[in-house]
Write a protein that binds this ligand. Structure first.
Ligand SMILES: [Zn+2]
Length: 269
């Protein structure tokens, strides 16, 4: 049996899927299938249709170099641009952290080091063994909760969050935090941070450090705390490169290919 998840190209699918590229490719597949059908190649046209659509689904596009021309093509087409920009608005409502702390990284690392939460091993900073173990136990417990029970735990445990609700979109699960519409925090992120926040409870007194520390724990994740799938590196920008100026380099991210959600964004230089 073919492992479909391993064939997926996370840079161009899931939250990174580029809709101009996807539509252009589906149109190309469609034209080719029609051409074959007209030439009475029925079986071949069916094969091309299913394989073509499958590849676009899994890899983002089937025509080589699509990201270089599709966005311009769509720009020049009479299709309304709003069609593609909805996805971006939705993206803006995403917030990467429950904690959303604004302490600088150096202070956080120093405080976590002083409390024995982080230990230096050569050039690397690692979680102390007993902290790592406690955090993983908490994550396992939280991963077994339903989405609404997880949201209730977030609301009960983290005073900074305010209200917490739930949302499921296209198979992705979110904890919605804050009033007035709220912002979306991916379920795996909520699991990792609430577990880290609890783990830090009896080790860190300062609430700001505890929140920022909980946020920083995510960089130590290797597998998705919600489903156990190994995380893969990806890039924040969709293949159009549309939302930033050419001088900015896109942020590198860690994503769960199963949940199709981002777990960590490496700070840009
Ligand atoms: Zn996952």
């Amino acid at each position: 049996m073919v492992d479909l998840a391993s064939m997926r190209e996370p840079s161009y699918t899931g939250e990174n899927r580029c809709w101009p590229c996807t539509l252009v490719n589906l149109a190309v597949v469609g034209v080719f299938v029609l051409w074959l059908a007209v030439r009475k190649r029925r079986v071949l046209s069916l094969v091309v249709a299913s394989v073509g659509v499958g590849i676009v689904y899994l890899r983002g596009y089937v025509v080589p170099y699509t990201p270089r021309f599709a966005p311009q093509l769509v720009d020049a087409s009479p299709l309304p641009n709003d069609l593609f920009h909805d996805a971006i608005d939705e993206h803006e409502a995403e917030r990467e952290s429950l904690a959303d702390a604004d302490l600088d990284g150096e202070t956080v690392m120093r405080e976590l080091g002083a409390a024995g939460v982080l230990v230096a091993e050569g050039e690397m900073l690692l979680l102390a063994d007993e902290v790592d173990e406690a955090w993983r136990d908490e994550m396992d417990a939280l991963a077994s909760l339903s989405l609404s029970d997880l949201a209730a735990e977030v609301e009960r445990s983290m005073p900074n969050v305010g209200r917490a609700d739930t949302l499921v979109t296209d198979g992705s699960e979110w904890v919605v935090v804050g009033d007035a519409g709220g912002e979306l925090v991916a379920r795996p992120v909520a699991i990792a941070e609430l577990a880290a926040y609890r783990t830090l409870g009896d080790r860190i007194d300062d609430e700001a450090v505890r929140l920022a520390g909980a946020e920083s724990f995510r960089m130590f994740l290797e597998a998705c705390p919600a489903c156990g799938t190994a995380l893969v590196e990806s890039s924040e920008v969709s293949c159009c490169g549309g939302y930033m100026t050419p001088r900015q380099s896109p942020n590198e991210t860690l994503v769960c290919p199963s949940c199709e959600q981002r777990l960590f964004t490496f700070p840009s230089e």
